[in-house]
Design a protein around this ligand. Structure first.
Ligand code: NAP
Length: 332
């Protein structure tokens, strides 16, 4: 009993230390981005407002070996070409967070396939990125439709010859209301787009990603950890994505494919309009990345690295470099 108390205290101290490091780094990062004019911090809010809360919410969850690092938004020259010859497929990428991720991956040298439901949005976003000299192809893909996913895969293979990274950003919240008041149709829509589609798309891409030891990033939400009353089923779907991330990370580790999850706070986009001015869930502009990947390669665990880099223009990404754990350590 005494031993387990001591272990619990030690884990708590380690988690606190980690959060201090993360908080300090995030503050420096946010200050840097503010200086570059990429974000504005509100006077009454620091970008790290929510981090201690996150730490409290997850004590015992952090693994002592997990090393965290924060990457600054690119200065261009030093980061140019780091993803040269790599191919990224980003869903829901014609605006908001997905667009920023697509742009950044392309700025880092990747060929990027962007997509969303509406042709005019795809055309506009692709044209904008191409004008910036980036290597981008666009295709219509409603992630909830099997035929659209097939077309997306075919386009990536045809234009780019393979896929290294999949970022699943498309997400919906068609109803702002209570969970029990939600119709079956709306349940199906939210779970279909937010939870099922990333797994189904990945299963279609897997044969090609396997050859290239790729990486997958799912986009959850802070609502997964701090559900908000009005968001109902959306909260449920984003929590399910965390479970999906952990499960896929385990299943794909032997194939050397990393799976991570991005957990944004509230970011000013069309999607989150409802949060602004209404005392939103969290006004922090820091995006804590709270998931880790586990790699299992030829019988050995080793560390992995999240593919995402900073999300220029919409906020800050915390890059997480995880260290592998023993399989039983996954029960977090
Ligand atoms: P956004 O600015 O509204 O952009 C959404 C993008 O997804 C658009 O390109 C949209 O284009 C596309 N899209 C919507 N439904 C789609 C579907 N069924 N299939 C394919 N593409 C679809 O939204 P955002 O704020 O960037 O949000 C992106 C993701 O971040 C979502 O998963 C959301 O849950 C998550 N998130 C956002 C926030 C936030 O505060 N903004 C916070 C936490 C998590 P079309 O209309 O052309 O389809």
């Amino acid at each position: 009993m005494k031993g387990s108390d001591e272990r619990a205290r030690r884990r708590w101290r380690e988690a606190e230390n980690l959060m201090h490091i993360l908080e300090a780094k995030s503050t420096r990062l946010a200050d840097g981005l503010e200086a570059e004019g990429l974000i504005q911090q509100e006077a009454s809010q620091t970008p790290t407002t929510m981090l201690p809360a996150v730490a409290r919410g997850h004590r015992g969850w952090f693994h002592p070996c997990a090393r965290l690092s924060v990457r600054m938004s690119s200065t261009g020259i030093d980061r140019k070409g780091i993803l040269a010859e790599r191919v990224a497929v980003v869903t829901g990428s014609t605006s908001g967070i997905g667009f920023a991720i697509a742009r950044r991956l392309a700025q880092d040298g990747a060929h990027v396939v962007i997509s969303s439901r509406k042709q005019q949005n795809v055309d506009r976003a692709a044209a904008q990125l191409q004008r910036e000299g980036l290597s981008v192809a666009g295709i219509v893909c409603h992630v909830g439709k099997a035929e659209d996913r097939e077309r997306l895969v075919a386009t990536a293979l045809e234009h780019c010859g393979g896929v290294d990274f999949l970022v699943c950003c498309a997400g919906v919240n068609p109803l702002v209301g209570s969970t029990l008041g939600t119709s079956e149709q709306i349940w199906d829509k939210i779970l279909n787009v937010n939870v099922k589609s990333p797994a189904l798309l990945l299963s279609q891409l897997l044969p090609y990603m396997e050859k290239r030891k790729g990486a997958v990033t799912l986009v959850s939400s802070i609502a997964a950890y701090f559900p908000r009353m009005e968001l109902g089923v959306y909260n449920v779907s984003k929590t399910a994505l965390l479970a999906l991330t952990r499960t896929l990370a385990l299943e794909l580790a032997p194939k050397d494919i990393r799976v991570n999850c991005l957990v944004p706070g509230v970011i000013k986009t069309d999607f989150s309009k409802v949060d602004w001015g209404a005392g939103g869930l969290c006004r922090s502009r820091v995006l804590p990345v709270l998931s880790r990947c586990q790699l299992h390669h030829r019988g050995e665990h080793r560390s992995g690295r999240l593919l995402l880099s900073a999300l220029r223009g919409v906020g800050v990404a915390v890059q997480l470099r995880s260290q592998a754990q023993e399989p039983e350590g996954v029960s977090r």
